[in-house]
Structures are given as C-alpha cells and as structure tokens.
Design a protein around this ligand. Structure first.
Ligand SMILES: C[S@@+](CC[C@H](N)C(=O)[O-])C[C@H]1O[C@@H](n2cnc3c(N)ncnc32)[C@H](O)[C@@H]1O
Length: 193
C-alpha cells in the first residue's frame, strides 16, 4: 500500500476502489468533492485530475495535518483542522451550499469518529451522489492483527452499520463491490432521498 502512487504521489487506496470512485464521479459529476483525510495528497490530486478530465468541480481537502502534504492544484481548496471540529464543519457546509456534493471519508477511522462525520457531512451529500467510507475492511479481521490495528477496536464498518440503522437517506451500493476486492465493504453509500 505504501508504494502505490498517483502521478508520483503516494496514494493509500486500493486501485480497484479508486477506479470505482472514477466511475462514480463520472456518473455524479459533482460540483464539490469533500475529501476527509488527504495525507500526502495522492488521492487529492487523483480526484482533482479526474475533475480536470470532467472539466468541472473542486476538491475540498480536510486534514488535521499538512505535514508531508504537497499538492498544489487550482481545483483543490484546503481546510485544515479536524473533520469533527464545528468550525471545520461550518466552513465546509458553507462552501457546499447549493452545490452537488460527493464525500469520501479516509480520516480518523475509529467508529465514533466516522459515525460523527457521517452525521455531520451526510446531509451535504446530494441525492443520487455518494458518501464513500473507506477502510471498513479492518473490521473483518481480528483486532490486533496486522490488518486490524488495536487502536481502531471498532472501525468504519461498525460506524456504517450504526449510521444506516438511524438514517434511511442512504443505501449501500453493492454494485461498487463487484470486483470482489475492496477495502470499503458496505462503504459505498448512495443517497437515495
Ligand atoms: C489514511 S490517511 C489518508 C490517505 C489518503 N486519503 C489517500 O488515499 O492517499 C488518513 C489521513 O487522515 C487524517 N486525519 C486523521 N484524523 C482526522 C480528523 N479527525 N480530521 C481530518 N483529518 C484527519 C490524517 O492526518 C491522515 O492524513
């Protein structure tokens, strides 16, 4: 994973999931992609380059840290701070007002943090668009194993389960998992109402 790159910049994504995101962005044609968790920026640049190809849209990159982040692209707006911080939520909501919005979450992977972000940003997702929750795969492996760090005792998949139990605006789009190898099981959430 740590040697995967997009245009020379490290990207922490399963390439099949990245491909599915390309399909979704082409279908949705969002005005805004909210990326929660950018790290060094390979995924941010990937989304910005896809929007270049579509000829439309911007990426709002939210991250608590810009250490190591090195992307400079005219479609990218940086919002630096925790995604759970009310000032960050307010600023992002203001930027997305009235705009077709797509969200991808790859920030703090602990259940309660992901659930908080689903609640805070879910309402910004346009009907027909998506909230992608990354890395729920950790919850399918034993806690403390190489694929499930102990610091994430309950992770993104547990957050998705809790969120879907309380919010009927979203449905899992199983078609996005058709390649059979995804790090985002039950993580491609389509807003249906
Ligand atoms: C797995 S990395 C993101 C990888 C990137 N999306 C990619 O595909 O290359 C997780 C990032 O989330 C950020 N992060 C962790 N907690 C966060 C929070 N509460 N709010 C915003 N960003 C957070 C970290 O600083 C880190 O850069």
């Amino acid at each position: 994973m740590h040697t995967t790159t997009w245009m020379g910049v490290q990207i922490r994504k399963n390439p099949l999931d990245a491909w599915v995101c390309q399909e979704l962005l082409h279908r949705v044609r969002p005005d805004v992609v909210i990326e929660i968790g950018s790290y060094v920026g390979g995924s941010t640049l990937y989304f910005a380059n896809l929007l270049d190809l579509l000829g439309h849209g911007e990426v709002i990159s939210i991250d608590v840290s810009r250490a190591g982040y090195g992307v400079d692209h005219p479609r990218v707006v940086e919002v630096t701070g925790s995604s759970g911080d009310s000032a960050v939520i307010d600023e992002v909501a203001r930027r997305c007002s009235g705009r077709r919005t797509f969200v991808i979450h790859d920030g703090d992977h602990r259940r309660d943090a992901v659930l908080g972000d689903l609640r805070a940003y879910g309402g910004l997702v346009s009907v027909g668009s998506y909230f992608v929750v990354e890395d729920g795969i950790v919850d399918l492996y034993p806690v403390g194993s190489a694929l499930h760090p102990a610091k994430i005792a309950d992770g993104p998949l547990r957050a998705v389960e809790a969120f879907l139990a309380e919010d009927d605006r979203f449905e899992i789009d199983g078609h996005c998992e058709r390649y059979g190898l995804t790090w985002n099981p039950a993580g491609f959430l389509r807003r249906v109402k």
